[in-house]
Write a protein that binds this ligand. Structure first.
Ligand SMILES: Nc1ncnc2c1ncn2[C@@H]1O[C@H](COP(=O)(O)OP(=O)(O)OP(=O)(O)O)[C@@H](O)[C@H]1O
Length: 472
């Protein structure tokens, strides 16, 4: 017989739920086991630590206790403990002390440390001193002794760790990093993000909140979310993996401009892009979209073809031809999807080519993140007036569902794509190649200067894992 406060109760563990009820069947406690952090036992007393989700998506830790004679308590403890599998027992924690408002260490000490200690997690804590240090650590770190990696910082620190981990996994599995066609091996170790950066976009996508306590509790619960990444290669070299946003053209230039004003701190992202927008450049490019394979194609008809009405003179000869042939005898819907499937190559003047490794799709009237989708969406922005462009980007910023429904934005659902700069001059200096003009890619907030006139982007499905519970 168990006691909950002054009441005698029955306890059952059934279908992943622990229920505490009176003999009259009044349910006093009902908690999903996946929401439990840990069970503690002292003679005759059992305490359950569990997590409660609030309406605003933040998590709180709660406890309740039961009393019983020694044998009953021991048995319940053993039953519960055997069900709390998958909680991380050992973690590598990387803290960027310079992230955001330079509060990484404070956030860790104030919020994370005590929760990790409470749950008995073995920790290897490293405060990083400089950029690239996380990558170097992960090159040789004994990954077999940890259950996950935790970053305390912003999106940049996460992306650096993700790059380091993915490269390490390929190295261990003898996969050629520089081959742009290679399928990569997914990494089994989850990464958790405790937000302390200036943007903290990924963590908000994951948990719907920027609350650091919530992030720590998600890590301790041990659930995983699989996520896609994309690889970017140029001149037979891997440039980087992207977990969030890859932007060539306007967004590359914006990031380059923002880098020059690092001293302004996070506020640079609110001011500098306006200047980049005013001096937006046109790029003469050919974009080749790699179609989805049969398995990757969504079962329902896609309507993305609606955006294919491009400005005159934009479509390449081949695409124009295919469009004409296919649209003759089809219904409107077929027309639209066949146009999309056939459009393999585009050539013309553009402002930007952007793709998102975490796909943004309309849900409940706004664009929301979707992890581990079958495909990659590429948005190509063609010639348009400055005011139309500003209005479109404002909608993107405000997550409006129609933010890409503009005639000057073409959408393609692909497995990868190739961008070729036309009319660009390549200079050879010794063994090195240099493009005469500056072309930048924004890879998750890192600015990459192109040295070759062609780059390839490939989707890698579910290549990384986050600690979190997105489906919830
Ligand atoms: N001690 C350090 N000093 C400077 N840079 C560091 C240090 N440790 C890591 N970095 C690198 O700094 C870059 C940015 O870090 P981070 O993302 O944590 O902060 P942020 O840029 O302020 O936040 P956000 O990316 O959310 O805007 C990353 O590439 C990271 O690896």
């Amino acid at each position: 017989m168990f006691h909950f406060g002054h009441k005698s109760v029955d306890v059952s563990l059934c279908d992943g739920v622990m229920t505490v009820a009176t003999s009259e069947n009044d349910i006093l406690v009902s908690i999903e086991i996946r929401r439990m952090l840990k069970v503690n036992i002292t003679c005759g007393n059992l305490t359950v630590y569990y997590v409660e989700k609030k309406k605003n998506k933040t998590l709180n830790m709660r406890t309740f206790s039961l009393e019983a004679d020694f044998e009953d308590i021991q048995k319940l403890y053993r039953d519960l403990d055997s069900k709390l599998k998958g909680r991380p027992k050992s973690l590598l924690v990387l803290i960027n002390p310079n992230a955001g408002k330079k509060k990484g260490i404070k956030v860790y000490k104030k919020i994370a440390d005590s929760l990790f200690q409470l749950c008995g997690v073995k920790l290897d804590i490293i405060v990083t001193n400089r950029q690239n240090e996380p990558t170097e650590i992960l090159k040789s770190y004994d990954l077999s002794k940890i259950d996950g990696i935790v970053t305390v910082g912003g999106d940049g620190l996460y992306c650096e760790c993700m790059n380091g981990l993915v490269k390490r996994v390929q190295q261990d599995n003898k996969i050629q990093l520089d081959n742009h066609n290679a399928d990569i091996v997914s990494s089994a170790l989850p990464i958790g993000i405790i937000p302390a950066g200036s943007g903290d976009v990924i963590v908000q996508y994951l948990h719907g909140t920027r609350c650091a306590r919530t992030a720590v509790l998600h890590i301790l619960l041990g659930s995983h979310v699989d996520s896609n990444i994309v690889s970017v290669h140029a001149g037979r070299h891997l440039l980087s993996y992207s977990a969030l946003v890859l932007g060539f053209g306007l967004f590359g230039n914006m990031m380059h401009d923002c880098e020059k004003f690092r001293w302004m701190g996070p506020s640079r992202y609110n001011i500098i892009p306006l200047g980049s927008m005013l001096k937006r450049r046109e790029f003469n490019v050919e974009v080749e979209y790699n179609p989805l394979t049969q398995n990757e194609k969504p079962k329902t008809a896609r309507l993305y073809g609606r955006q294919i009405s491009l400005p005159n003179g934009f479509l390449s000869q081949r695409s124009k031809l295919q469009r004409k042939q296919r649209t003759k005898s089809s219904s409107d819907l077929q027309k639209e999807s066949s146009v999309n499937e056939d459009l393999v190559k585009e050539e013309g003047r553009i402002y930007a080519v952007d793709s998102h490794a975490i796909m943004m799709k309309e849900k409940s009237g706004r664009m929301t993140p979707h992890f581990g989708q079958n495909s990659l969406m590429v948005y190509t922005t063609h010639k348009c007036t400055l005011s139309d462009h500003v209005s479109q980007l404002t909608k993107v910023k405000n997550e409006k569902p129609d933010c890409y429904d503009y005639k000057f934005v073409s959408k393609h659902e692909v497995s990868g794509y190739k961008v070729k700069l036309l009319n660009s001059t390549v200079n050879t200096v010794g063994n090195n190649k240099e493009l005469q003009k500056d072309y930048y890619i924004n890879c998750d907030g890192e600015c990459i200067r192109l040295k070759e006139p062609v780059f390839n982007v490939k989707l890698h499905r579910n290549a990384v894992k986050f600690f979190g519970d997105f489906a919830d």
